[in-house]
Ligand binder design. Structure first.
Ligand SMILES: CC(C)=CCC/C(C)=C/CC/C(C)=C/COP(=O)(O)OP(=O)(O)O
Length: 311
């Protein structure tokens, strides 16, 4: 239940309800004190982007504009960034707000993160939005989260799909999600089908162990039916039976987890085998462009060996 006090705080940081944008505006004094709002310097431009080609011809904007802060190298950008957005509730509690507002602010941070990744030329972003274990939360929080998914997804997906040319895929067991959310997800995927921009993958009611278990069961059934031989089973075949099969994307290069927790929480256990892990102390709603640049810079400094040696 929202008290008058909460409404006052929400008003102070310019939070609006019922399908309306909820992220506090930079103009708010309270918000400015709580978070660094920085707009990364756009020093270097990917030489392959159409921006650099067109700017030679005196044109300053184009559809696939890639603007890189000067500390980032285009050739070392991760193709696929996975995100565990953690800390929404702690963000809200530390401000005396109901947890629901933390989830709404997290939704806005998610959209901004997707836009920034696109701006920097990342090809795939996977967001862990709801784990199969999250159902154990209080029913009213789960119900609220499902509503937030719809509220955030309706206008934001529309914008990301229609204006930003993003492709959309959903992994996880959708059949347990509310019907209206299932419909929204399917119609959004359909709408985005012919897009060619960055791919956004939402993991909703997703569990890495479940993913591996269902792949194993499917393969076992095929062996039992004689469709496959035991000798046919290898990593590539196994991957084809994961829920992420059918989505044309490389395994994540980089994983971001916010809120200071240092664990995987059952997220893409197979797919993250050689992913570089980056942990941030900030709560997810505070994760901004400067943090993303910091993470990408750290990623670019790492030496990826994939089990090999390079001495
Ligand atoms: C895809 C989409 C539209 C998402 C928008 C809403 C959103 C950001 C949902 C994330 C839900 C979640 C379980 C966050 C983790 O923080 P937590 O609740 O575990 O916070 P805590 O770690 O502080 O308890």
């Amino acid at each position: 239940m929202l008290s008058l006090q909460h409404l006052r705080i929400a008003a102070t940081i310019n939070i609006r309800f019922a399908n309306k944008p909820l992220m506090p505006h930079g103009a708010s004094k309270h918000w400015a004190q709580q978070s660094r709002i920085r707009y990364g310097p756009t020093g270097s431009i990917n030489p392959n982007s159409c921006l650099s080609k067109l700017s030679l011809a005196g044109v300053s904007k184009c559809a696939d504009q890639i603007e890189l802060p000067k500390e980032l190298k285009p050739e070392l950008m991760p193709k696929h960034v996975a995100v565990i957005m953690d800390g929404n509730r702690r963000w809200a509690k530390s401000r005396g707000l109901p947890v629901q507002l933390g989830h709404r602010a997290g939704g806005q941070a998610m959209k901004q993160l997707a836009l920034n990744c696109k701006k920097f030329g990342v090809q795939v972003v996977t967001i862990f939005a709801f784990s199969s274990e999250n159902w154990v939360r209080p029913k009213e929080e789960v119900d609220f989260l499902m509503n937030v998914f719809e509220d955030v997804l309706k206008p934001d997906l529309k914008e990301l799909i229609l204006q930003k040319d993003m492709r959309l895929s959903v992994v996880g067991n959708r059949s347990q999600l509310p019907e209206s959310l299932q419909n929204l997800l399917s119609s959004s995927e359909e709408f985005a089908k012919s897009n060619r921009g960055m791919r956004l993958i939402l993991a909703l009611n997703y569990s890495g162990r479940y993913d591996i278990t269902q792949a194993t069961k499917n393969i076992a059934a095929k062996v039992r039916n004689g469709v496959l031989q035991v000798e046919d089973i290898n990593e590539s075949l196994f991957e084809q039976h994961l829920q992420t099969n059918g989505i044309d994307f490389p395994n994540p290069d980089m994983l971001i987890r916010t809120s200071g927790e240092l664990r995987m929480s059952n997220f893409m256990l197979w797919q993250l085998a050689y992913t570089e892990l980056l942990f941030f102390d900030k709560m997810f709603p505070d994760f901004d462009e400067a943090d993303l640049v910091e993470g990408l810079t750290a990623f670019q400094r790492r030496q990826r060996r994939f089990g090999g040696h390079k001495y």
